[in-house]
Design a binder for this molecule. Structure first.
Ligand code: WT7
Length: 640
């Protein structure tokens, strides 16, 4: 079917836009509409056997005695008594199959000429070598290894090598400061740091080793620092604790036994920010985690042997752990890693990568989509994007305008968009469509089969349709966090004691519509209350960015003597627009039209940039502190 005679799948139901899957999407999908509904039913009736069946798709050294142990809730245990290793499923089993010589990782460095492809067999042997390196440096089962590396194949090699020998990795995003790295390394008491001389970002070389040096001034647990040569810049390696990765690898054997792990043994710690300054060490384990990420990836991104799958995140975030490294490799897929900036050297870089490698599945963040949108649709039009068949987003609610732009200009109205809601803590997708789902732009649709999500009030009572409330998960799931590292009390308090009824509290605010579709509004702490109306800052922002002259917006609540709180917004205009009183008025009118008169805007400030985390989330807390003239607190996650 050509683009011209293709029927649109868009239907307008009442006020709402709904997108039905195209017939060819339904035919292709791993899970048909009937199988999906059947799984939804089964997942609600008996989630334990739903996940047991998912676990049977993977290989285990010894099967479980019990699928779920709830006796020490909320410290749930999954696949009790089973033995496994996630690396056995991600590598060992593939090298004994037809996938042995299949490309596992395609790596594109930021400099255009830097491309590497590793087959499953090559990756397997490199992982074995690095596992032996770690062994030879005295790393034992249960020891922690900090990984502070850019988006290069060695980050996957280091993670897999740790898991292979039963060590616990804690990846620290390579954009973090020395202070943030040190805090995480010390909390985990890591024995080794794996880093690189540097990385390429937006055309510049950034020296990472200097950052590690600074962190190392107060990292008493660290015995060795292993340095990958990435940029080749001159660095000082005179400190005897520092060792070159390539020299160690050259000397190591490429055979290594995979450690037999208990299903509940720790796989990694990943630090994430909480409401207090101290980061939370989210703990994931081998067994349940591999089951959750494998089932969700196979079903949501519909992986096929022939796919070139690109998750444009960084391995330093949970997205990268679950859906760049472990998930795709367990599924035997080809996963693409891109080292650099999405705008380098030009705004077409992402589309060039899609075209160059024939990417079939693209998974990125709304903030990236909005940024690329600013450069207009003429840029993607110049590229052949016909290989794409599925798109995804994650990280924040996607405003319908960005959704439509992505759908029309990148997916060319052929590719369904998987808006996946999940968290570092959940390990895997929780609320998400499947390719065969009916899509509503801006909604992450329904819970994945086996996931019991709901929207409740402070007392734990479900709220009625259309009303905002706390997004909770009412039953455990296999890829859930097990605890916060060395802080089980905080784990209980933060996630399980905020709302009565033994439910997991996500910290997000959402509403459910009449079809049971979830609309994530924002974090609970990003909610403003204007005269008793609970309004998500993200909702206001979405309304504002749907105005034609606006590129980006951030909204905070500021105190008001009568209304309690009112909104203050910060706006970045698109190129060719200048701040003016007319524009100020027009934006206010637009918000009133989109959200009604309950959203009262105190003022609009036109700005050139917004404070963001390195993962692209707007730090409203910083804007608010500035506005109120108070100390903004911990700024280690700020990008600029
Ligand atoms: C928070 C989790 C999970 C990978 C990346 C972020 C927000 C995430 C969505 C989505 C609306 C989303 C939530 C969540 N979020 N995905 N599809 N729609 N909001 O991981 O840093 O642990 O952040 O990101 O607020 O709680 P994270």
């Amino acid at each position: 079917m050509s683009g011209d005679d293709r029927q649109t799948t868009e239907v307008i139901l009442g006020e709402e836009r709904v997108f039905r899957p195209l017939p060819e999407t339904v035919v292709e999908a791993n899970v048909s509409p009937i199988e999906y509904e059947e799984a939804m039913r089964k997942g609600q009736e008996d989630f334990v056997s739903f996940w047991e069946e998912a676990a049977k798709e993977l290989e285990w050294y010894k099967p479980w005695d019990k699928v779920l142990d709830e006796s020490d809730a909320p410290f749930y245990k999954w696949f009790v008594g089973a033995q496994c290793n996630i690396v056995h499923n991600a590598l060992d089993r593939h090298v004994k199959s037809f996938r042995k010589n299949k490309v596992a990782i395609i790596w594109q460095g930021e400099p255009l000429k830097d491309i590497k492809k590793l087959t499953y067999y090559e990756l397997y042997r490199r992982v074995n070598k690095f596992a032996n390196v770690l062994n030879s440096l005295g790393v034992k089962k249960g020891d922690r290894v900090a990984i502070y590396l850019p988006n290069i194949p060695e980050i996957a090699i280091a993670m897999l090598a740790c898991a292979k020998i039963g060590a616990v990795h804690t990846v620290v995003y390579a954009g973090f400061s020395a202070a943030a790295l040190r805090e995480r390394v010390n909390d985990a008491k890591a024995k080794i740091i794996v880093t690189s001389d540097g990385l390429y970002r937006n055309g510049k070389i950034i020296n990472l080793k200097n950052v590690v040096d600074e962190a190392m001034l107060e990292c008493s647990s660290v015995e060795n620092v292993i340095v990958v040569k990435r940029t080749g810049e001159e660095i000082d390696m005179s400190d005897g604790r520092y060792l070159w990765f390539h020299e160690l690898m050259d000397a190591a054997s490429d055979e290594c036994e995979t450690e037999v792990m208990d299903a509940e043994d720790m796989l990694f710690i990943l630090y994430t920010s909480g409401t207090t300054g101290k980061p939370k060490g989210v703990v994931h384990v081998h067994g349940g985690y591999m089951v959750g990420i494998h089932r969700t990836l196979k079903w949501v991104f519909d992986l096929k042997e022939t796919d070139i799958y690109w998750c444009a995140a960084d391995p330093g975030w949970i997205t990268g752990h679950s859906y760049i490294v472990y998930g795709p490799l367990i599924a035997g897929a080809t996963t693409l890693m891109y080292e650099g900036h999405p705008l380098y050297p030009k705004a077409n870089r992402m589309w060039k990568i899609v075209e160059d490698f024939g990417v079939t599945i693209l998974y990125t963040a709304p903030t990236t989509i909005r940024m690329l949108m600013r450069y207009g649709s003429a840029i993607p039009k110049k590229h052949n994007l016909s290989s794409l068949r599925l798109l995804g987003t994650v990280g924040e609610p996607i405003n319908p305008e960005a959704w439509m732009w992505y759908y029309q200009n990148i997916g060319q109205e052929r590719c369904p968009i998987m808006d996946t809601w999940w968290q570092t803590e959940t390990g895997a997708f929780m609320i998400t469509p499947l390719p065969v789902s009916l899509l509503k732009p801006g909604s992450a649709t329904r819970p994945f089969p086996g996931i019991h999500a709901d929207v409740v009030d402070q007392k734990g009572t479900p709220v009625s349709e259309g009303k905002g409330g706390f997004l909770v998960i009412k039953k455990p799931w296999p890829s859930m966090l097990r605890t916060l590292y060395r802080d089980p009390e905080r784990y209980k308090q933060v996630y399980w004691e905020k709302i009565p009824g033994n439910v997991y509290c996500s910290g997000d605010v959402a509403r459910k519509d009449e079809d049971g579709y979830f609309w994530i509004q924002s974090r609970a702490d990003d909610v403003i209350n204007i005269a008793g109306h609970r309004i998500g800052t993200a909702e206001v922002e979405s309304a504002i960015v749907s105005y034609k002259a606006v590129a980006e917006a951030a909204c905070i609540g500021v105190p008001d003597p009568i209304k309690g709180e009112v909104a203050k917004v910060f706006v970045i205009l698109k190129e060719g627009h200048e701040p003016s009183e007319e524009l100020d008025k027009a934006i206010r009118q637009h918000v009133r039209k989109e959200l009604g008169p309950i959203v009262i805007i105190k003022s609009i400030e036109f700005v050139d940039s917004l404070p963001k985390t390195r993962s692209g989330k707007i730090m409203r807390r910083v804007l608010k502190a500035k506005e109120m003239g108070v100390d903004p607190g911990d700024l280690t996650t700020l990008a600029d």
